[in-house]
Design a protein around this ligand. Structure first.
Ligand code: GLU
Length: 321
């Protein structure tokens, strides 16, 4: 049976979610990247974007924060578009690691495989794959343009975050060299690492993330610009990557309790995709021990539960005005 949700109901639920969650305590800002430790922990925004471009937003949805690992989805889309789904499966993989985002053990346990473009190893490998091979500036332009196409407007590099992360990313350097050793880096390893660090340091707003999430939900057609950003048939591949590893070692708990494939970042953002229905994003800096925003999780979960939408329950939902 088709479920119909009125726009007024959606607006009321988003408002309620915001009000309920805004005073929620718990978690702390990421501090292994010095820049992130300094962000105001009380910032909080929640936005839903519909396929017709309507955005329902509450709170600090225009605040620009570090996109961090959510950018892994953007670059995964780029290499899926450049190489196709099968080649990405062969070169990187699409498997959940069940381990932290920056795990070296996961690479060793997966017999040299980076597992999925949505963990650090796979994301660095993905950046190495971005065409044109061998040209850092040209690769960066392609990565940044793709992020802008998905988000509906340009993102700007947060120089201080980029510097902060570049000066402290020793674990990621080890990952890049380990992958090089296993022939899983397809360009210069330090160039790939730098591109990865730069994409993580892009500044984004909650609204832009909701638009990117809706572009995915809308099979690649950006709801605001109207641009077809990726081939429509890639949507299930993208959403399945998010569903399997978007919350790292907490992914099972997340999809079980929220019913929506989503991707987090240590900057405090989360973006979720309900295929064909909407994109949702939330942002609040304090994170749980797995690196996922406490308030963003609670807010998105509130919305999916109140609306009764769940990707595992069929997505036969229409939002009407
Ligand atoms: N740039 C961060 C890192 O590589 C991203 C981590 C995350 O957002 O999960 O550590």
């Amino acid at each position: 049976m088709k479920k119909t949700i009125r726009l007024t109901e959606l607006k009321a639920v988003v408002k309620q979610a915001y009000e309920q969650v805004k005073n929620l305590k718990g978690g702390k800002n990421a501090d292994y990247i010095p820049f992130l430790a300094k962000i105001n922990p009380d910032l909080f925004g929640l936005a839903v974007c519909l396929p017709d471009g309507e955005i329902v937003a509450e709170g600090d949805t225009e605040y620009v924060f570090g996109i961090e690992s959510i950018s892994k989805v953007h670059t995964a889309i780029l290499i899926l578009q450049q190489y196709g789904a099968e080649a990405v499966l062969q070169k990187i993989g699409a498997d959940a690691t069940g381990l932290p985002f920056n795990s070296i053990l996961a690479i060793l346990m997966e017999n040299d495989h980076p597992s999925t473009p949505l963990v650090n190893a796979g994301a660095i490998s993905a950046d190495s794959l971005v065409r044109p091979i061998g040209d850092s500036n040209a690769k960066w332009n392609v990565i940044a343009d793709n992020m802008a196409d998905l988000c509906g407007s340009e993102l700007t590099l947060l120089d201080e975050l980029y510097k902060s992360e570049s000066e402290t990313n020793f674990n990621n350097r080890s990952i890049a060299w380990l992958l090089k050793n296993y022939n899983r880096i397809y360009d210069d390893p330090m160039m790939a690492l730098d591109l990865y660090t730069r994409q993580c340091s892009m500044g984004v707003t909650t609204k832009q993330l909701a638009i990117a999430a809706c572009t995915i939900a809308n099979r690649g057609k950006n709801p605001v610009s109207g641009k077809q950003v990726f081939t429509a048939s890639l949507m299930p591949n993208i959403v399945s990557l998010m569903a399997s590893v978007g919350f790292y070692e907490h992914t099972g708990d997340w999809v079980y309790s929220s019913g929506i494939p989503a991707k987090t970042g240590v900057g405090g953002g989360v973006m979720g995709v309900l295929p064909g229905v909407f994109g949702i994003a939330a942002f609040a800096p304090p994170l749980d021990e797995a690196g996922n925003s406490v308030k963003a999780q609670a807010a998105i979960q509130f919305v999916t539960r109140e609306l009764g939408v769940n990707v595992f329950d069929g997505v036969n939902v229409e939002i009407v005005k």
